[in-house]
Design a protein around this ligand. Structure first.
Ligand SMILES: Cc1cc2nc3c(=O)[nH]c(=O)nc-3n(C[C@H](O)[C@H](O)[C@H](O)COP(=O)(O)OP(=O)(O)OC[C@H]3O[C@@H](n4cnc5c(N)ncnc54)[C@H](O)[C@@H]3O)c2cc1C
Ligand code: FES
Length: 357
C-alpha cells in the first residue's frame, strides 16, 4: 500500500504539472472583458479577472491577495464566467449565485466575458505615498503616518480602508484608515504584527521613514452613516481602533452632534493606545464617553478602570432606547458576541455595522 504522504506528494506533483501544461499548451487567445456595458478590455486569456482589472488600474478589494480567503473581490458576471468554483462556494450565498456574483480572483478569462462592477469600486484609485513617521504604539502595534504624493488627496468615508501593496510583490493587504477624512492629504494607519505575516512583517521590520509605497482604495461598506441622528455605540479591540478613531475624529470635527460611546477592549494596559486623545475628546464633548476595559489586568497594570471582556462591559453599561446604531471593529469572536448583546439590548440588526479582522 502506498503511504498517504507519497500519495499526497504525487497529487501535488500532478497538480503542478497540470498548471504548467495549461500555461504552456493552452492558449485562450484574445478575449474581451465588457465592463458595465461600456468599457472593453482586450486581453490575452488565461489569467484571472482580478489580475486583468489590476493591470488596467481597476482596483477591486482583494484583502487576501487573490487566495480566495477574504471574499471581498465580488463582482457580477453576466456571461462567460463558467461554473462557480468550490473555492467560491463558501462566500457566495444562493441569492447572490442566482444573480451571477463571483469572486474576481477565481474567474479565469478563457473567452469573452461580461461583468458589472459597482460604480463605487470604479472610483478606487492607486496612490503613491511617502512614509513620514513610524512609531511603536504597543509591543505589537505600529502607527504609520503617510503623505499622499500622487494624487495628493484621497476622498474617503470615515471607517473605510485602503490596500497596501507589499513592495516587490503583487500582494495587497487591507488597512483601515485611522485618520479623519477631512485630513485628506495624509493618512494614518495602525498595523499589528502577525508572526510570519507577509505585509505586517514588512511594515514592522522593513518599512522606514521616507520610503515610497503604493496604496489602492478607498474600499469598504463599514463607514459612518451621516444621514442619521441616532446615538452611536462603537466597540473595538486591537487594530479595530483604526476605523473607529476615524469616525470619532470626523464626528469631533463636525461638532460631535450625536451622543456616542466607545467601548475598547484590551488584555493589559500595555495594549491600550490613543488613550489620552480619547479621554481628551470626552472632556471636550460631554455627549461622548470612552470606556476602555482590560480582560487580563495584572497588579503591575495598576488599573482602576473597567475589567472583563468588552462584551461584558457593554452589557453592564449600554442603555439603548432603540434609537442607537453600532459600529464594531475587531476580531471575529468579539464582533459576533457584540452583535448578540446589542440586539438583546434592542439595537436593530440593520443598524449594526462591522468590519471583522
Ligand atoms: C477590511 C480590513 C481592514 C483591516 N484593517 C487592519 C488594520 O487597520 N490594522 C491591521 O493591523 N490589520 C488590518 N487588517 C488585517 C490585514 O489586512 C492583514 O490581514 C494582516 O496585517 C495580516 O497580513 P500579513 O500579510 O501580515 O499576513 P499573511 O501573510 O496574510 O498571513 C500570515 C498568516 O497569519 C494568519 N493571519 C492573517 N491575519 C491574521 C490576524 N489578523 N490575526 C492572526 N492571524 C492572522 C494567516 O491566516 C496566515 O496563516 C484588516 C483586514 C481587513 C479585511
Ligand atoms: S481577493 Fe480575497 S477572495 Fe478574492
Amino acid at each position: 500500500m502506498i503511504p498517504i504522504l507519497v500519495m499526497n506528494l504525487i497529487l501535488v506533483v500532478i497538480a503542478i504539472l497540470l498548471v504548467i501544461a495549461e500555461r504552456c499548451l493552452v492558449s485562450y487567445g484574445e478575449c474581451k472583458i465588457l465592463i458595465n456595458k461600456e468599457k472593453i478590455l482586450t486581453v490575452q486569456g488565461g489569467n484571472t479577472l482580478l489580475n486583468y482589472f489590476a493591470d488596467n488600474k481597476i482596483f477591486i478589494p482583494s484583502a487576501c491577495g487573490g487566495k480566495a480567503t477574504c471574499g471581498y473581490c465580488k463582482i457580477e458576471v453576466l456571461s462567460g464566467g463558467g461554473n462557480i468554483l468550490p473555492t467560491e462556494e463558501v462566500f457566495i450565498p444562493r441569492k447572490e449565485k442566482l444573480k451571477g456574483i463571483r469572486l474576481a480572483c477565481q474567474v479565469k478569462v478563457k473567452n469573452d466575458i461580461e461583468v458589472l462592477i459597482d460604480e463605487n469600486l470604479l472610483a478606487a484609485k492607486e496612490y503613491n505615498v511617502t512614509v513620514l513617521q513610524i512609531q511603536d504604539f504597543t509591543h505589537d502595534i505600529k502607527y504609520i503616518l503617510l503623505r499622499l504624493d500622487e494624487p495628493q488627496k484621497i476622498e474617503f468615508k470615515a471607517g473605510q480602508y485602503v490596500q497596501f501593496k507589499v513592495p516587490e510583490t503583487d500582494e495587497f493587504r487591507a488597512y483601515s484608515i485611522a485618520s479623519s477624512p477631512l485630513q485628506n492629504g495624509q493618512l494614518e494607519l495602525i498595523v499589528r504584527f502577525v508572526p510570519g505575516g507577509l505585509c505586517s512583517t514588512y511594515i514592522h521590520e522593513v518599512l522606514d521613514v521616507n520610503d515610497k509605497i503604493i496604496l489602492t482604495g478607498p474600499f469598504g461598506d463599514f463607514y459612518l452613516r451621516e444621514d442619521s441622528m441616532r446615538d452611536i455605540v462603537c466597540i473595538g479591540g486591537g487594530c479595530g481602533m483604526a476605523p473607529i478613531r476615524s469616525i470619532l475624529l470626523y464626528l469631533k470635527e463636525k461638532g460631535m452632534n450625536r451622543r456616542a460611546t466607545y467601548f475598547f477592549g484590551a488584555r493589559r494596559s500595555r495594549d491600550l493606545f490613543f488613550t489620552e486623545e480619547l479621554f481628551q475628546l470626552e472632556k471636550e464633548f460631554p455627549n461622548f464617553k470612552y470606556i476602555p476595559a482590560l480582560s487580563e489586568p495584572k497588579p503591575e497594570d495598576n488599573w482602576h478602570g473597567e475589567t472583563g471582556l468588552i462584551t461584558q462591559v457593554v452589557e453592564r453599561f449600554l442603555n439603548s432606547n432603540g434609537n442607537t446604531e453600532a459600529y464594531l471593529c475587531g476580531p471575529p469572536p468579539m464582533i459576533d458576541a457584540s452583535i448578540k448583546i446589542l440586539t438583546q439590548k434592542g439595537v436593530k440588526e440593520f443598524h449594526i455595522y462591522y468590519d471583522k479582522f
